[in-house]
Design a protein around this ligand. Structure first.
Ligand SMILES: Cc1cc2nc3c(=O)[nH]c(=O)nc-3n(C[C@H](O)[C@H](O)[C@H](O)COP(=O)(O)O)c2cc1C
Length: 200
């Protein structure tokens, strides 16, 4: 079912064997995102010229179009035939996961279907600097992990400066609370967070 990007729909999972259904919620909260708008934004040189850390944000909620394009720019699939992404990763291990938190809970970005799946009702924004905090999460922990996460962070920063959004790249956060609130599986850990919103 196609719906507006910011609305949540209950998507019926494919039919499951009875044994699985008994232990599975069977209904998931999915936010269907818009297709990325590849025509928007300033030139790459203008985006670089305007890139800056912002720590004061308007209260205005991010539009569905901005949220959709933000997630695709961060680490979406740009070559569907091979499943390759807007951010490179060491040995193409695709070890980075994007989560967002907002007032109504937390969501995992699924690049394959370009949608968001709700993972919890917990708002992990901590200081609640912006209407949305984006979390860059990894399931590796070696010398390339910070590089893979940092490249996604730079995609976020350049997307924001290129389309007039405000953000700051931060490594400070309460990692334990974030990991619990995002319901991260074992081995997955938050690396960077980005409050994202409109300039005040
Ligand atoms: C790896 C890394 C971690 C950072 N962590 C934080 C942070 O925890 N909190 C924060 O307010 N800014 C953080 N920053 C933003 C820097 O403070 C900021 O980039 C620097 O002051 C330069 O300002 P500019 O980004 O406007 O050029 C971080 C930046 C990087 C690259």
């Amino acid at each position: 079912m196609a719906v507006a990007a910011a609305s949540i729909v209950a998507a019926q999972q494919p039919a499951q064997p009875v044994a699985v259904l008994a232990t599975d919620a069977a209904i998931r909260n999915i936010i269907v995102l818009n297709k990325p708008n590849l025509q928007r934004g300033e030139t790459i040189m203008q985006a670089l010229a305007k890139r800056q850390s912002t720590r004061q944000f308007s209260d205005r909620e991010l539009t569905g179009a901005d949220l959709s394009d933000l997630l695709w720019a961060a680490d979406g699939i740009n070559r569907p035939e091979k499943g390759l992404r807007t951010a490179p990763s060491s040995r193409n291990r695709q070890d980075i996961y994007i989560y967002i938190s907002r007032a109504d809970g937390s969501y995992l970005y699924n690049p394959k279907d370009h949608n968001l799946e709700k993972v919890s009702d917990t708002d992990c924004r901590g200081d609640k600097l912006a209407p949305i905090h984006l979390f860059i999460v990894a399931d590796t922990d070696d010398t390339s992990t910070g590089i893979d996460a940092g490249i996604v962070s730079q995609n976020v920063s350049l997307f924001c400066s290129g389309v007039g959004l405000a953000t700051v790249c931060r490594t400070s956060m309460n990692r334990k609370e974030v990991a619990e609130g995002l319901r991260l599986p074992d081995g997955r850990h938050p690396v960077i967070n980005h409050p994202v919103g409109y300039f005040k």
